[in-house]
Structure formats: C-alpha cells, structure tokens
Design a protein around this ligand. Structure first.
Ligand code: CTP
Ligand code: MG
Length: 570
C-alpha cells in the first residue's frame, strides 16, 4: 500500500506546556508523581536517555489520522509509544529578531521506536526540502516535518496531550474546594509538577542537542540537570543541560597495555575555564547556524559558569547549556534524593516556590532576587531542623555512603549515599499545614544578619561574609548560592514570610465551610497584598478576589523561565 504521508527533514523553530491532567491513561511511570521514586538517579537518567535516543520529533499537519500516521511510521520499525502535543506561537516581543512565520506552531508528535535502528531507516526515507525562496542547509536530524500528499484525505484531529489546560477558574476552585490545607498543597503539586510527556520531551531535547554536539565530540553526553530532573521542576521551568565530556577524556584509560602509553594529540589552553569557553563558543555557533528549532542563541561565556542560552522552539524550552559543571549535576542528584525521601518535601517546595513567584520574590529576569534553587535549599534546611528531623543532613548521607558512592569533583567531596533504600524514613508525622506555617515563622524570625544556612550540617553557622543571605553551596562549600540576593529582597522575603505565618494562624480559627468558594488557606497566601487578603478572608464571595487569583494562577502557569540568576548567584 502506498503511504499517504511523507516525511521531510526539518531544517531548523514554542510548545504549550504539557499538563498533568492530560496525561493519557495507562501512561508509563514518571517517577515524578504521587509515588516516591525509588530508583537511583543514575539509573533513571540512563534509562530515559536511552529511550530518548530511540525517539523522534515530528511536526505534523493540524488534521491527521492517528492510525494512518502510526501505520506509516511502523514501516520503519515497531513503535513503543507516542504522544501528540500542541505548540503555540511565541509573541514577537520574545523573539524580536525573528520573523515569526508560525512555521513552528501546530501539532507535534513524539514517537519512540522500540529499536534505535528504526531511526536510520526513517532518515533514509526522508529528504531535505527545497523552496524557491530559501536554501536549506542539509542536516539529518531526528526532527522531521510531516506533509500530507493529499490535503483533503485527512480530516480527523488527534487527541493531543495538551488540549486545554485546566482553566484558572477550575484551578482556583480546586484549591478552594480542597478538604484541607494539606490537600491544597498536594493539589498544587499535582497541577504544576512535570508530566510524563513533558519529562520525555526534556530528555528528547537534550538528545537532539547531543546529536549536534557529537559532530565535534562523538562520545559526548548531553545530560539534563536542575529542576528538569531533581523532581522540583514546575511546568514551564527552564531546561538546564550539561555537556559531559568525561567519556572523551577517559577513553584511553582502559586501553593501556605493555610498556607503552598512548595519548591523544590535543590542543592545550591555559586554563579549564578557557577550554570551557572555547567548547561552548563553538557549540553555540553550531546551534545557531545548523540547529533545527534552536533560536535566540546567546553565548554567555564570561559568567562564573559559562553557558549558551537558546530557545528550542518546537519543544518550547528555554535551554541553558553548560559544560564542566558536574557539581551542579551532583546537586541535582542530591535534591532528587531529598525529594524522594518524604512525600511532604516536594509538596512544601512547590507551594513555597509558587508563593514566592506570586509575590514576585522570584523573577525570570536575572537580578538580586532569590532563586528557586535557594528556596529549595531553605525548605530542605528547615525540614532538617524539625524535631524529629524530616530530612537527614548531607553529612549523615555521607556516612551512609559505600565505596561505590565515593565521589570527589575538582577537589570537592561529593560523597553521599545513592541507594535510597539505605536511608531510614523519618519518624516525624507533622502535617503539611503545620510545616508551611512553621516554615514562614522560622524564616520570618531567622537571624539572617548573623547566620548562614547549611544543609551539610543541618544547623545555622556564623556567616563567613556580609552577604545579606548566605546559603552554603553543599559541595563547593566556600560558595554562597544566594550571593546575588540584596538586603531589600531579603527583607521583602522576611516581611512576606511573617505575614503569611500570621494569615495561616488566622486560618486556624477562620476556616470556611467546604462548600464555600472563597479564598482560604493556601489561596489566601497567594493573594498579592495584606489589606486585600484581610478583606478576602472576611468576605463571602468577592469577585475581585477571584479575578486576582485567576490572574495570579495565570502568571504561575505561564511562567516558563523562572530564574536565570544562577550565573550571578553561583
Ligand atoms: N546551581 C548551583 N548554584 C547556583 C545556582 C544553580 O549549583 N547558585 C545548580 C543547581 O544544581 C540548580 C541548577 O544549577 O538546580 C540549575 O539552576 P537553576 O536553573 O537556576 O535552578 P533550578 O533548580 O533548575 O530551578 P528553576 O526551576 O528555577 O530553573
Ligand atoms: Mg533550571
């Protein structure tokens, strides 16, 4: 039978976020949902990377028959799973330099084959498009464009995993109708955590970038790190990538035999930093010139941690590519472990992050704001300080480590236990409501002028310098991860924390009945200012309050790229 569609390779393009409630039933385990992931971080990373290598991204016509589409693709090999999502057109202010032709908006399919070989056959059956107006730079990627030969023959619309996200009103109601504050925190977590599909798309994007980087460094690995993998990622968060060249560096190590030692001829540069800058510079050029869908490439090479920032339009991710940043990957692993140890951790972190975003304590613009990473560290520290502790200190995770866990990176001891089953669960039974209130009280009264936060020892220490907020980097212990935070931003955080503790205190005596839809609990905390909040908690149903919450939730949902302050904050 003749195929009814043909694939064109896509020469070079933003996606609406995939929402949890649109997850197809029977989808695979995410490891990021209600149940606590028990797999090792490295196992999870390797498994997902391998899946991504068998996966392709296809820009599809708006109307397509799913069955015929799958039948067509099955010619190239058996398909393990697939999903569709819709991307939207980014406004001109975001990419002023681009003539937003709209060619990247529309329907996309992520198709995972059972075997990697199928991708080769698919590429062999694909051609580079040619137009009269422009010249395509030939590039065989795993990002394709699917065209219909006969436009009229395909009428049906496929079920896309991001049809309509839950409306703000629904989300607001969901929180207001929750049974308890604990329930509200868990609801917020479910609504904002990364979906299975979104996670797959993140790994796929890294894998596509890896294909490009492999042109220079055939054994490189592009690994996602940060909130995309540490279980604290909110839908829309940026995609942090790390170009891992360890395989390239160590290839010769196990090939030594006899009395000879072979070394690669290499170019030498004066420092590791210069090497990093050179590597990233060339990759930035490569992504800019040849990377399908990579736009707005910025080389930020003079930052403390040099990086290349770009937008991967088809997936909609704002990407930060770094190299020589293994410690950040290790801190992602540590956060993954903390997130997995107790189900309260992620619920609390998500609420604190949403609260901070709602009050503009965090921002998408680099500056003197507190970052999500710092907020996560503060929650972890607070949970280590509970009695009995909810989370163990990093030092105690180090004591539980075995020989396999030993790890020293650039002279920094990064040893800690990787096997989750070796860490004893906490005996602490405090509710999320209590923890949230106590969190605000604790940091509303913390001696920031004298003390630093340190998750390694789980106790306050004298500040080694005069930075307003000092949170010790858990592995590079001489660094402050919140060095960028100004006194006024810290003061704003303290004032809001005190106010929020007070509001939650009031809630104890002033909780509405279940059937009421007036803002209460977590919702009151997310409202913008104290006078408004007070009146909200007193009025039965206030239209303005509903509008405010709607807008607020909109901003939370639409917030794609929350924090880029890491370059200044490291
Ligand atoms: N990082 C670090 N020191 C900093 C900032 C960041 O070590 N001062 C590392 C952390 O491992 C962090 C990762 O870099 O998780 C990515 O930084 P960033 O994108 O700022 O934070 P995320 O944790 O990814 O949170 P977000 O959702 O805001 O992107
Ligand atoms: Mg990030």
């Amino acid at each position: 039978q003749r195929p009814i569609v043909r694939l064109l390779s896509c020469p070079g393009t933003v996606a609406k976020d995939l929402r949890r409630d649109e997850q197809p039933s029977g989808s695979v385990e995410t490891g990021f949902e209600d149940k606590i992931p028990k797999r090792r971080f490295s196992e999870m990373q390797n498994e997902r990377r391998e899946q991504a290598q068998r996966t392709v991204l296809i820009h599809c016509p708006e109307k397509i028959s799913e069955n015929k589409f799958l039948k067509y693709l099955s010619q190239f090999g058996p398909i393990n799973n697939h999903f569709f999502y819709e991307s939207f057109r980014r406004g001109p202010t975001m990419w002023p330099m681009l003539e937003c032709s709209g060619c990247w908006q529309g329907l996309y399919a992520v198709v995972e084959f059972c075997q990697k070989e199928s991708i080769g056959s698919l590429q062999n059956g694909t051609h580079t498009p040619s137009t009269a107006m422009e010249t395509a730079i030939p590039f065989r990627s795993r990002f394709f464009n699917l065209k219909l030969k006969n436009q009229t023959s395909e009428r049906s619309r496929v079920r896309s995993s991001n049809q309509l996200p839950r409306s703000n009103k629904q989300l607001f109601e969901l929180l207001c109708y929750a049974e308890s504050i604990d329930d509200q925190l868990n609801t917020l977590l479910k609504e904002f955590q990364l979906t299975e599909e979104n996670t797959k798309l993140r790994y796929l994007t890294c894998s596509l970038i890896e294909d490009m980087a492999a042109a220079y460094f055939p054994d490189c690995i592009v690994r996602p790190f940060g909130s995309s993998v540490n279980t604290f990622g909110k839908l829309g968060c940026d995609l942090d990538m790390f170009l891992d060249l360890d395989e390239t560096r160590n290839l010769s190590a196990h090939k030594i035999s006899g009395n000879f030692l072979m070394e690669f001829q290499v170019k030498n540069v004066p420092s590791e930093r210069i090497a990093t800058q050179k590597i990233l510079s060339v990759l930035g050029e490569c992504l800019d010139h040849f990377g399908p869908g990579c736009v707005g490439v910025q080389k930020i090479l003079n930052a403390r941690c040099p990086l290349v920032r770009f937008s991967h339009q088809a997936s909609g991710f704002q990407c930060d590519l770094t190299t020589n940043n293994r410690i950040a990957l290790t801190s992602s692993e540590l956060l993954y472990i903390y997130g997995a140890l107790d189900s309260r951790v992620r619920a609390l972190v998500f609420s604190v992050r949403c609260w901070a975003r709602a009050h503009s304590l965090t921002s998408s613009i680099p500056g003197a704001w507190i970052t999500n990473f710092s907020l996560t560290m503060m929650v972890i520290f607070f949970l280590q300080r509970r009695s009995p502790p909810i989370l163990p200190t990093l030092d105690s995770l180090k004591t539980l480590a075995d020989a396999e866990d030993k790890c020293v990176i650039e002279g920094n001891n990064c040893t800690f236990v990787r096997d989750l089953s070796r860490i004893k669960p906490s005996q602490n039974t405090e509710t999320l409501e209590l923890l949230l209130k106590e969190f605000f009280e604790y940091f509303g009264n913390f001696a920031f002028d004298k003390n630093s936060i340190n998750i390694r020892q789980g106790r306050e220490q004298n500040k080694p310098d005069s930075s307003p907020l000092y949170i010790q980097n858990p592995f590079e212990t001489s660094l402050n991860i919140s060095k960028n935070v100004s006194q006024s931003q810290l003061q704003k955080f303290v004032d809001l924390a005190r106010e929020s503790a007070w509001i939650l205190q009031q809630e104890d005596t002033d909780r509405p009945s279940i059937s009421s839809n007036r803002p209460w609990g977590l919702v009151s905390l997310l409202l913008p200012s104290a006078p408004n909040r007070k009146s909200f908690t007193k009025k039965k149903s206030n239209k303005f309050a509903i509008e405010t919450v709607k807008n607020l939730l909109e901003s939370l949902k639409g917030n794609r790229t929350e924090n880029f302050t890491k370059t200044s904050g490291k």
